[in-house]
Ligand binder design. Sequence first.
Ligand code: GSH
Length: 344
Amino acid sequence: MSGFKKRPIVLSVITLLTLVFAGGDPARTQTLNAVKERGTLNCGVSQGLLGFSSMDDKNAWNGFDVDICRAVAAAIFGDPAKVTFMPLDAAARFSALQSNKIDLLSRNSTWTMSRESSLGLMFTGIAYYDGQGFLLRRDAGIDTALQLGGKTVCTQTGTTTELNLSDYFRANDMALKVLALGTAEETLKAYEDRKCDVLTSDVSQLYAERLKLAAPDSHIILPEVISKEPLGPAVRQGDDQWFNLVKWTLYSLINAEEFGVKSATVDDAVKSSNPNIRRLVGADGEFGEQLGVAKDWAARAVRAVGNYGEIYERNVGTQSRLSIPRGLNALWTQGGIQYAPPVR
Ligand SMILES: N[C@@H](CCC(=O)N[C@@H](CS)C(=O)NCC(=O)O)C(=O)O
């Protein structure tokens, strides 16, 4: 009799353990379920930043940040087209995530402490190591940021750029005039119209924005990089399964580059004898299933958009108009700091 009485307790403990270990707690699995039910990933991107997220003449989205959205969609659905891109300006991007308008933000956003401690967001990794720089007219005759005292500098509201700018000028005892505008387009226009002498932003963006100017070669980017801007995808806090899926999709792209797995060779990789490659592409282990997706989730992502190096070179590197050197974004095995934890 006493054994019978204990049964409900034993059962509820088993139910709880099942929920915890199977990741079945609804609050912790809601995003992936919602995305699967909807049949498309809602991904927040920038409104038009060449190389990162911009629309081509066939109305297709292109770019480094866009490819991260596509990689996550491919990991979930096996289809990189199952993404709805939502262009957002800098000020609107985080509330779009908080209000569930998007599932994922992949929009040249800097991982900072306050964006996690006060906005309820989490960055899933560093997709692009960037830093803030300055662009100005070559004929201004200035070759170091320390000569910028008294200049008017254009920046965009709602970005990390504003505070870095005032910190840098204050630290170097230089007078600063700031012109802060709402969108990247307005900011560039103000610079073009000579309402400011200097444009400041993440260096990658300066490369992109310079290409939109009438004579790109008559504008230079100064050598100083005044801040750390680790850019990466962000999600809402409270859904660990989703956080893990986005994080490990990014890491899979980086690991794929390290192990030489490319979009064109990913199908051969399944036959590889290298255990690291076998685990990555789903030939060994159950890593995909543990994340709530298919065994070959990472292979699907790489097949769709290529590995990290392919994504970089195609969008912002040597094969693109931006031609930004890999720099810090080279793999740790190649003199850079891109380093993904292992799949095991
Ligand atoms: N990485 C910085 C800056 C990001 C940012 O939004 N910069 C503007 C400066 S030009 C921009 O990307 N605009 C592009 C757009 O609005 O589409 C941050 O996270 O605050």
